[in-house]
Write a protein that binds this ligand. Structure first.
Ligand code: FDA
Length: 308
């Protein structure tokens, strides 16, 4: 309930103003976001790689309303990928990028977004790495999956995301797994209507476990994006049961969340990738992180009230 309320309230300009200008916000943003610039992103990537972690980078921003802005976001990714490649960080896909389709123009028209994503894929391929398309609000899911399927004709390693919170998730996993696609499975960070999504946490988790089974049994490359200890344990058991080699799937977690667990998994020999966001447009990302953990939200609101 709290989560849905905060996500709904986050559209209010007053709340946005309060959160983005409060001095206390900076420390929380810094714990979840690598910094403002591509150089910050590269610096954090270098540090994570030095400890054996894989990385995917996200240039923050979404719902772009203007083709010039969509092109600018695309340029940023192309330059980022070039910088990562020049530092030897992309070898074998060690550092890849995550792209939000609405940030590169999905709502301006599928062709604009597809052309921009193709440019990023081509730049990534040049330095030996790949792209994963994030999943956004449910209205964007179908156009994203359709566009990704077309783009895979030229960029076969283009990955996509399934949100287990959506009722369509299991069917999507079956279709994508059958085609051998790289699929990131997450619970879903958006507030969705009951007509398309499970609203009880338990149902979202059960759906996650069903999707997990489909992906781990399929010929594709599962990317298990969760911090949930039970689901991580189930993944390990399924890997044993299905005889999956440790390099045939990976765990993924967000930058700043459960870092000790990230390191523990990497130290067992598992592939562990950290999703690292950077850029100045962090508001929506921060609200989603606060919303999914009431303890973080309560701490944040208390610090706003006490001014400390
Ligand atoms: P859950 O929220 O149940 O949390 C399980 C445990 O993790 C908590 O008990 C706590 O210990 C810890 N935890 C979780 N969130 C925390 C936080 N903010 N601060 C501190 N601890 C926290 N979503 C989406 O809609 N589209 C997408 O494309 C992506 N992409 C994506 C990539 C990657 C790599 C990850 C890890 C996640 C996403 N997500 C996403 C977000 C995802 O849908 C989901 O909102 C969060 O991962 C939280 O869900 P968990 O599976 O961690 O479970």
């Amino acid at each position: 309930m709290l989560r849905r309320a905060l996500l709904a309230a986050s559209a209010s300009p007053r709340l946005r103003q309060l959160i983005t200008t409060a001095p206390q916000t900076r420390a929380i943003v810094d714990s979840y976001v690598a910094g403002e610039t591509a150089d910050d992103a590269v610096r954090v990537t270098r540090a994570l790689r030095a400890t054996g972690l894989l990385v995917t980078l996200d240039y923050l921003g979404e719902d772009t309303q203007d083709p010039a802005q969509a092109a600018a976001v695309t340029d940023e990714y192309v330059q980022l990928v070039g910088k990562l490649g020049a530092e030897g960080l992309t070898h074998g896909g060690a550092a890849e990028v995550s792209v939000k389709p609405t940030a590169v123009g999905l709502y301006l028209g599928p062709k604009i977004a597809a052309d921009n994503i193709a440019r990023i894929c081509a730049a990534a391929a040049e330095v030996g790495t790949m792209v994963t398309l994030d999943a956004e609000e449910h209205a964007a899911v179908e156009p994203t999956l359709r566009m990704a399927a077309k783009l895979r004709a030229d960029h076969g390693d283009l990955g996509c995301v399934v949100q287990s919170g959506l009722r369509r998730a299991e069917a999507d996993c079956r279709a994508l797994a059958a085609r051998g696609v790289r699929v990131r499975l997450c619970k879903g960070a958006y507030s969705e209507p009951e007509s398309v999504a499970f609203t009880a946490r338990r149902d979202v988790d059960l759906s996650y476990a069903r999707c997990l089974r489909v992906l781990m049994n399929g010929p594709g490359y599962p990317m298990i994006a969760t911090h949930d200890p039970r689901l991580i344990e189930i993944t390990g058991s399924l890997a044993l049961l299905t005889g999956r080699a440790p390099d045939s799937f990976e765990y993924q977690m967000l930058y700043g969340i459960r870092p000790a667990e990230q390191q523990r998994l990497a130290d067992t020999g598992a592939r562990m990738r950290v999703y690292v966001p950077y850029g100045g447009d962090w508001y929506a990302y921060l609200v989603r992180r606060l919303a999914e953990r009431p303890r973080n939200l309560a701490f944040f609101l208390r610090s706003l009230r006490s001014g400390g």
